[in-house]
Design a binder for this molecule. Structure first.
Ligand code: TRP
Length: 466
């Protein structure tokens, strides 16, 4: 449905908006990146600081982003320009969203690489189910090393990596090309409820069969000495990545919201759902990992290597494994769709071309970068594009894109968004959009004006140079 005169689409209902935004937020960031980052950054200190970031920084920034989008009713840079214009402020502020759109495009390119791994594991478990039947654990008779070797095995096969990556990207493009209500909304409305169903089943299963108490104490024991600048920056980056913030994604989705949606309330729902899923994912994955005697700091290998080994020891292991990766696939697809939508909406509105053509152009660009990311696990393993920056010294193309977007683009985008919403934009305009009143409104305003920009600048500084 197009809004009057603008040709701009809208969500068909408030719940469609919520499902799409939760679908954007909940993804590989929760299931794969959160446990990996928590494990690599020492557990409890990281997790608690992450929760702090979600509440004090993520939530206010989330509301700021959807608010800009809803007021602008256009792609992210154009929305910022319209808020600036209606506030008599310089329209050049739109650059904060242009940077974001570019960063979303970068994230999309490597996100689809990981999406491809998920597809590979769906194939592995489906095959295993067919081979060994329902009853026993997964991978009967295979050594743990062998199961762990599946991921390096995939990494070693550049052709397969590229093929899976492009396959995942093409599926994403298909839904984005179909538009807001029949594409983006469709995946969210059908896949997110399925995701939640599977997710609940697996979490309960993990809690009963795994080492739950070790996981709880690992994730929630706060050791202050572990909270270094680098850990703090990693936690902020994770909070932004998980909430789809700092890179124009939520502005783009906010632009499809109608006037009568209460944005304050909606932001609260989105942030709670996303954080709940991340914490529960940790509480599902770590018990299983600890019960199998595996290391918490396996990083990116946690979901793809440790978990499949754990599925081996479980009754119905192949089925659980298959269900798990199908569930992750659903979550990943609703997120990659939002990553593609931000640059696509910009391209087709800016250059006045059709949505489908814009999807193909952006997708083609993401394919090129994606191939470089996919090959950074094999043929391009020694290529460190930003080796002159200490924290990226030995970082391959894939990890460089991940690090630069989460540790630079997202915090910088969020700082600029806060300054824009808190200080530059017209206060009356902002007040009429945010759906908050009383103390909640005052708190939000103080967070956006003072707390977020200052805390983010400090964290960025100590994370990079401290
Ligand atoms: N939040 C998603 C996840 O956790 C990833 C994602 C989707 C994203 N859209 C985004 C990250 C926009 C940053 C910006 O998997």
């Amino acid at each position: 449905m197009a809004a009057a005169g603008s040709g701009h689409e809208n969500w068909s209902s408030r719940s469609a908006f919520i499902l799409a935004a939760v679908g954007s937020a909940v993804g590989l960031g929760n299931m794969w990146r959160f446990p990996a980052e928590a494990g690599e950054n020492g557990g409890g200190a990281f997790v608690l600081f992450y929760i702090f970031c979600v509440l004090l920084i993520g939530l206010p920034v989330l509301l700021s982003e959807v608010l800009i989008g809803r007021h602008g009713q256009a792609n992210a840079p154009e929305s910022v320009r319209r808020v600036a214009r209606d506030s008599n402020a310089p329209e050049g502020w739109s650059v904060l969203a242009s940077m974001g759109v570019f960063a979303a495009f970068l994230i999309l390119s490597f996100y689809c690489v990981v999406g491809g791994w998920v597809v590979y594991y769906i194939g592995v478990f489906a095959n295993d189910l067919v081979q060994t039947g329902l009853a026993g654990g997964a991978f009967e008779g295979r050594a743990p090393d062998d199961i762990e070797g599946l991921l390096p095995g995939l990494f070693g096969n550049g052709g397969l990596m590229v093929g899976l990556n492009l396959g995942f990207l093409v599926v994403t493009m298909f839904f984005v090309a179909r538009g807001v209500s029949s594409g983006i909304e469709w995946v969210a409305v059908y896949l997110m409820p399925l995701f939640f169903l599977l997710f609940l089943a697996i979490t309960i299963y993990g809690a009963f069969t795994g080492n739950f108490s070790d996981a709880v104490s690992y994730l929630f024991t706060f050791d202050f000495s572990k909270l270094t600048g680098e850990v703090m920056l990693a936690a902020v980056g994770q909070a932004f990545f998980s909430l789809s913030l700092g890179v124009a994604g939520m502005m783009t989705y906010g632009a499809y919201a109608n006037r009568d949606t209460n944005l304050g309330e909606t932001s609260g729902i989105i942030a709670s759902a996303d954080t709940g899923v991340a914490l529960l994912a940790g509480l599902a994955i770590f018990p299983i990992v600890f019960a199998a005697g595996l290391s918490a700091s396996a990083g990116p290998g946690l979901m793809f290597q440790s978990l499949p080994i754990a599925f081996q020891a479980m009754p119905f292991g192949s089925l659980i494994g298959l269900a798990f990766f199908v569930m992750v696939f659903f979550a990943a697809l609703t997120s990659s769709v939002s990553l593609l939508e931000a640059p696509t909406a910009y391209v087709f509105e800016k250059f006045n071309i059709s949505r489908s053509v814009a999807t193909v152009i952006v997708g083609a660009g993401a394919a090129v970068l994606g191939v470089l990311s996919a090959l950074s696990f094999n043929d391009l393993a020694g290529f460190y594009p930003l080796s002159f920056i200490p924290i990226f010294a030995e970082t391959n193309f894939f990890d460089t894109l991940d690090g630069v977007t989460a540790k630079l683009f997202m915090p910088i985008g969020a700082i600029l968004t806060c300054i824009f919403v808190g200080w530059i934009a017209d206060a009356k305009l902002i007040d009429s959009e945010n759906g908050l009143d009383g103390l909640l409104h005052k708190t939000w305003r103080a967070l956006v004006r003072y707390v977020c920009p200052i805390v983010l600048t400090v964290i960025l500084y100590v994370g990079l140079f401290g």
